[in-house]
Design a protein around this ligand. Structure first.
Ligand SMILES: [Zn+2]
Ligand SMILES: [Zn+2]
Length: 271
């Protein structure tokens, strides 16, 4: 059982990553992948931090096209971005998409009300539950504000639980169903993918993001479209946990995963 594409990874075009794209590609070739899609962080108006979450798109596209030429016939190299959802940014995303021929867009909820759940301060003075509820509520509200044609998949839906004080120990789908179901329904109704982010296997309870029960619920509601990504920032994490993910997903009744080129979807079977 194999997944031959990694559709969420970063290189040094992302502010929080220092790995040259060529190293990610080298690893993809070693792993025998058919293709990979770089999804660099574009988070306009991110709260101030040590990282600059904005991509130099001119340099990014020119480097990717160079690498594409170098690996033609050997590896498909796709050019994507991971765009951070915020209520005032739908027009910014639309403008970016009009400028360049992106292959793929992940919409990710990173920041909430100007704060980053990655840092413990996000959780200070509030219950973990209140923080998670807020996170899912804001994610849903943001999805309603964005044009569904401006993104392809929803990134690492419940990844906030990696960073909560309990590290996801007490988190279950059932406890947050009222917040999660509307998001899943929205994706299904609009033909959008749900990302299965295998980075979660490295944290806390060792579940993908979203967790197994959310993936089961998505399937139960009629959801079929998924993308799979490792969110690797270093070569050794490329395709992390993909075999486990393939077992899990086929066991849940998913028959294929989705890849994109120039924002056009095609489906790949697990094999
Ligand atoms: Zn992300
Ligand atoms: Zn990422």
């Amino acid at each position: 059982m194999r997944i031959n594409y990694d559709f969420h990874l970063h290189s040094d075009f992302s502010g929080d990553c220092s790995t040259p794209a060529s190293q990610m590609i080298g690893q993809a070739v070693r792993l025998g992948l058919e293709g990979l899609c770089f999804t660099e962080h574009e988070d306009p108006d991110a709260p101030p931090s040590d990282c600059d979450f904005s991509v130099d798109f001119a340099a990014y596209f020119s480097r990717m096209e160079e690498l594409r030429g170098q690996y033609r016939g050997q590896l498909r190299i796709l050019i994507g971005m991971e765009f951070g959802l915020m209520p005032h940014l739908p027009e910014t995303l639309r403008a970016l998409l009009a400028q360049r021929p992106f292959d793929f867009v992940i919409a990710s909820q990173h920041f909430v009300g100007g704060k980053d759940p990655y840092y413990p301060s996000y959780f200070e003075g509030r219950s973990e539950r209140a923080c998670y509820e807020e996170y899912f509520r804001v994610m849903y509200e943001n999805l309603l504000l964005f044009d569904p044609s401006s993104f392809d998949t929803l990134g690492h839906m419940d990844y906030i639980v990696r960073y909560g004080p309990g590290r996801g120990r007490d988190y279950t789908y059932a406890a947050y169903a009222d917040y999660i179901d509307p998001i899943l329904r929205y994706l299904i109704e609009h033909g959008k993918c749900l990302e299965v982010n295998t980075c979660g296997f490295r944290y806390g309870p060792g579940e993908p993001n979203p967790c197994t029960d959310v993936l089961r619920r998505y399937r139960e509601l009629g959801g079929e479209l998924i993308t799979v990504g490792s969110d690797a920032h270093a070569p050794e994490y490329l395709c992390y946990g993909f075999e486990r993910a393939a077992e899990l997903l086929t066991g849940l009744g998913f028959r294929y995963y989705t890849v994109f080129e120039r924002r056009e979807a095609s489906v790949m079977s697990f094999r």
